[in-house]
Design a protein around this ligand. Sequence first.
Ligand code: PLP
Length: 813
Amino acid sequence: MSLKIQHIVPEIQARLSGNPDIEITNVSIDSRSLQNNSGTLFFALSGQNNDAHSYIPDLIGKGVRNFVVNHIPKGLENKANFLEVNNTLQALQDFASYYRKSFHFPIIGITGSNGKTIVKEWLNFLLSPDYNIIRSPKSYNSQVGVPLSVISINEKHNLGIFEAGISTVHEMEKLEKIIQPTIGILTNIGSAHDEGFQNQEEKIKEKLYLFEHSEVLIYQKNTLVDSLIKPDIKTFSWSLDNKEASVHISQKSVAGKTQLTITYDKISFDAVIPFQDKASIENAINCLMAMLYLGYLPEIIQERIQLLYSVEMRLKVKNGINNTEIIDDSYSSDYQSLRIALDFLEQQKQYKKKTIILSDIFQSGLPTDDLYKRVSELIASNKIDRVIGVGEEIGTYSGSFKNIITYKNTDELIADFKNLNFANETILIKGARIFQFEKIASLLEEKTHETVLEINLNAISHNLNFFRSKLKPETKLMVMVKAFGYGSGGFEIAKLLEYHKVDYLGVAFADEGIALKSAGITLPIMVLNPENTSFGAIIEHNLEPEIYSIKGLRAFLKIAEQRNLQQFPIHIKLDTGMHRLGFQENDLPELIDTLRGTSYIQVKSILSHMATSDDLEHHDFAKSQIALFEKLSSRLMQELSIEPIRHILNTSGISNYPEAQYGMVRLGIGLYGISNDPSETKYLENVGTLKSIISQIRTIQSGESVGYGRRFMAQKETRIATIPIGYADGIPRSWGNQLGYVLIKNEKAPIVGSICMDMLMVDVSAIDCQEGDPVVIFGENPNVTYIAEKLGTIPYEILTGISHRVKRVFYRE
Ligand SMILES: *Cc1c(COP(=O)(O)O)cnc(C)c1O
């Protein structure tokens, strides 16, 4: 990109104060990105609780010079170039739309409820031999993601593939203006994200806006969709049964694959796709349609479509050997996704030292000289400590990189693996598919058994934003990461929360806080239940104790005096009805006396905890707790002349008592995707999926039994699969004996017999499955709330009960 500010100003309707002649070379919205520089145009987006305007001084310090803002922050006039607009998000979208107009090659726009990302990735694979493709990275399909994707088009591209996702009405019109697709694809319309729409029709109508100005729309013929398509839109439809479609397709299963017969315009040909499930077949046909429309010959379609692969689109974070952290992005390598992966590395790194294993880069649309110059600059600006290059091309350019070692191919690297001495570092693995970097990932990975708890970091961000949207702009947010982040992982989640700039973390015990601080978390951390013996360690690690008794206060003051602390932050807990920890009303005179006149500590906050925030039957009791909190905290503030932060709400309090937000709230279980209010649950995303595999399958006869105590007796011939997970992993034993089930190939397999310590058995008579197939113990289905309900407990107990021997794997879409 190379655009003068004077040309940008009118397009986004800005008022400029500064130099119109400056050349812009890239765009950013992320103040944390190490890729910002003097050619960056920074759009200061402001969300509910996070306003990028406040990072501008810092960015100026780092050399960024050009800002699109809602207002020029005080004191910064003349310190940089400011483009003032009414709405910075709108300006970003207008900018993208203006930038898009300078390119005239075909752009494929994809929307639908399911399959968007897969169709995009597959089309990229199918068409890349013939085009220099720009596509949206991962699932960058939102109001912010789409403009960012479009802005990364450059002069060398000659085909674009962008996906668009919406959650409510009026969003697609904006995305249409940015993508301006020439070829449209409507993928499967399911029921996902229906909340934002009144009904199915409204949803489809809204999605169809994307194709308003396209030359053609590709879709599976469907009467509802047909009735909603505007008559002047040219369609290219397909169907398995409706003869009126432009292309008719029949299918039959052959040995694990599907053979399609495509009849179109008097020609007819076969093509084999390596899948049998309905969704993959549908996605593959949509791709095939695009190829037909682009004029591909049957021979080429046949040849390429049989090579389609399962798309692994996730960036995974795992623990590796010798204290390493692995960020595994071993399925793609292009310039744009490298930028994203490097930002993610910065955000999620657990160790100071950063290493990247990088293959040759494809599909940049740039001449290789230019490309590797840019890649080396990118890597330098991200302060990567060592680069391990794999491939002929990157080898040729090794001179442009600092501290690089290169190998001709992946096998050469593997042969030299020992000499690379991986230890105490965060390693980003980034390679094109053909380099098979999964082999490297598997060497680096810590070996544990096949059972893993997968944690979806996107879902955590989503849930965080959901609860943030309920807060007043000035309300601070503490997130509870006690009990190893409710079982989901301590450090990794704390790191993500730090990235999202929450205000506080909360843990139960000092050692949890110490672990986080030692791993480099810098957010303030409140310790709910500090034992007196841990006060020394709390002070040394800059943790902040909750003080709930006179005895505790005196003990802490004594240490504070010995160490001559000044204004050390503490938090005063009041008991307003929970009757667990805290000062009661009659303790107040003594508390006030003890606090008055000491400068060793300062009361950072006053808090209380509600016993019934989740249960509207006890609404009156909850209200009385809030009233008592108001009374007691006011008295403390008055008599001590202090103005601490006050907080009383946990997750369900945030939802049910918004008037009691005070200065801060304490979000817990909601972050992990769980709410006890079903109308709220549908807005949350599932965070944890507990997975395992089938170890062995056997068939037993009628009258034979399964497991300890012979609690399951087969009534007929039954296929039994054994899964290597048991009550020692945290699966409640009461979930066995046909009460519970697991999911295999998306079908329910009832748990039969008693759950053992390390294994359980399920009935798979009705499921076409094999040893080694994946098994879901919980996740979206069955979800933890459902299991808890069936077992007469609460989701908290199930989540926090998953044992530490189950490996946690974090990923981002
Ligand atoms: C655990 C805890 C929270 C968070 O509760 P959730 O119900 O998980 O939101 C808040 N405050 C205190 C004092 C807690 O112990």
